[in-house]
Write a protein that binds this ligand. Structure first.
Ligand code: HEC
Length: 467
């Protein structure tokens, strides 16, 4: 029988690979958005310096550029590859699917990224060493290359939500995938927020300027741009919400907005007030306050935004055809991809998953618990942690601590088997696999030390085998 193209499941207790990816991702977004946003602020500010013949503004650009080099670029280039490592173990088939769609888009992105990194060094170190006009051209090239990296990545990220059209499933073409329904809205949201974030970091740098006249002119320039960026981001975000698939809307209304909406409004209001205040009283700009403001935006604004985007996409990880648990949800004729849910329903994961140890392929009384743990990890752990009380929608709590195996099995043979929960994959497993999962979850809920029990059973089994 043909095996499925599944990979081993990588599991991080309590938070799952989802949060590992989320934490790295948020740090990356904060660093990268700040640097892309700053590149545009530099280009605009330098244009002003050039036109109005105010070379002292270049002092600020040099300071801010140095700050970016030391913080954003180093953090960004550590977390960027970090995302690759994390997603490759968290969601190997999701990454595989994206690479098969976007390999040249990524290649292009890396070219722009190289230009960007060389650009930021050149920009900082060539101030005053080449003539002003050449430097201005350099700065604009840096800004455009920076934004190009964002534009290309956003095409890929927004395809992860969904293509938004039926065409891609038939053609499999990169264009149909890239210019998906929420591409422009998503790009606009990020472009607006990157400008606002960069403006706040700019104020942080400006607050260190001793020359008050210079500080004033920099702040009066940055604050309104930040305000426009923030407003634009909010408008584009509202447009973005209109481009989402149904499963995302359900997830948003039932699980996400009730938790995050207030924080996000608070970020917008506070950041707006802060920028207005800075604009009004530039000499009252304190570094500590600006740092706190930026931390607030990152934690209460960026974290929920990224979390929402990841959660809304459920049950899929990419293109509404790969489920979070790595199973292919549907046929994609354009790519020669065939859905796997029915095949799993017929033969079971134990027979079809290439990385199941042979001793666990057939369930018996002495391995049922271990098989249950393995199947739960494969089928559920991409979205749920297995330990009670832990943050990644842990399953024990989702079942309210139920110790009744029949009850757990009934949920799996009802909503999960028929795919009636819009945010969960259709998970249709043979009866005995469902029983094994139910047995495992009920044992966890009864408070027993499952790992210890499994170790004992393994010992016993090796003893029996030795005899
Ligand atoms: C692709 C992601 C994903 C997978 C895989 C997944 N779930 Fe869920 N599950 C969710 C989401 C999202 C929710 C609802 C959101 C929340 O409660 O935070 C949920 C909710 C639940 C609930 C609460 C009832 C409900 O409908 O809201 C139970 C019980 C549950 N899941 C069990 C399981 C079991 C058992 C498996 C594996 C056999 C599984 N889930 C696999 C994403 C997933």
């Amino acid at each position: 029988m043909d095996m499925l193209g599944m990979y081993p499941t990588f599991y991080v207790p309590g938070i799952g690979t989802a949060w590992v990816m989320g934490i790295i991702g948020v740090i990356h977004v904060v660093a990268s958005h700040t640097s892309v946003g700053a590149s545009f602020l530099f280009a605009l500010l330098e244009t002003k310096a050039y036109r109005e013949d105010k070379p002292q503004l270049m002092d600020f650009i040099k300071k801010y550029g140095m700050f970016l080099l030391v913080f954003s670029y180093i953090i960004g280039s550590i977390t960027g590859p970090g995302i690759w490592y994390a997603i490759t173990v968290a969601s190997p088939r999701g990454v595989g699917g994206l690479i098969h769609n976007f390999v040249w888009v990524w290649a292009a992105e890396w070219v722009y990224f190289t230009v960007e990194v060389i650009g930021v060094y050149a920009l900082v170190y060539l101030i005053g060493k080449v003539d002003a006009k050449t430097h201005l051209k350099l700065t604009w090239s840096f800004a455009l290359a920076s934004w190009a990296t964002m534009l290309l990545i956003v095409g890929i990220l927004s395809f992860m939500m969904w293509p938004g059209n039926e065409a891609w499933y038939q053609t499999g073409s990169t264009n149909d995938a890239f210019y998906n329904l929420n591409f422009f809205a998503h790009l606009g949201t990020r472009t607006g927020s990157m400008v606002a974030m960069a403006a706040v970091v700019g104020l942080m740098v400006a607050s260190r300027l001793k020359d008050m006249a210079l500080r004033r002119s920099v702040v009066k320039f940055l604050a309104p741009i930040g305000l426009v960026g923030g407003l634009f981001a909010v408008m584009m975000f509202l447009y973005y919400l209109q481009t989402l698939p149904n499963n995302a809307v359900v997830m948003l209304n039932t699980h996400l907005l009730p938790v995050y909406a207030r924080g996000m409004v608070a970020v917008f209001v506070t950041a707006t007030l802060y920028l207005v205040f800075a604009w009004w009283k530039p000499h009252r700009l304190y570094t500590s306050l600006t740092v706190a403001m930026f931390a607030f935006i990152s934690i209460v604004g960026v974290w929920p935004e990224e979390r929402m985007r990841e959660s809304m996409r459920k049950p899929y990880v990419a293109g509404q055809y790969i489920y979070g648990n790595q199973v292919i949800a549907r046929d994609v004729p354009g790519k020669g991809i065939v859905g796997e849910v029915d095949k799993i329903a017929e033969h079971g994961l134990l027979k079809l998953h290439p990385f199941v140890p042979d001793r666990l392929r057939v369930i018996n009384d002495s391995n049922r618990l271990e098989v249950g743990r393995l199947l739960t990890k494969v089928a559920c752990a991409n979205c749920h942690s297995l330990e009670p009380g832990t943050p990644l929608r842990n399953i024990p709590d989702k079942f309210h601590g139920a110790t009744d195996e029949d009850l757990i099995a009934a949920f799996m043979q009802g909503p999960l088997k028929h795919g009636t929960q819009p945010y969960m994959p259709r998970i249709d497993l043979p009866d005995e696999e469902v029983r094994a999962i139910a047995h495992f979850l009920a044992t966890v809920n009864s408070g027993k030390d499952v790992d210890h029990l499994i170790a004992e059973q393994q010992k016993l089994a090796t003893k029996v085998a030795a005899k």
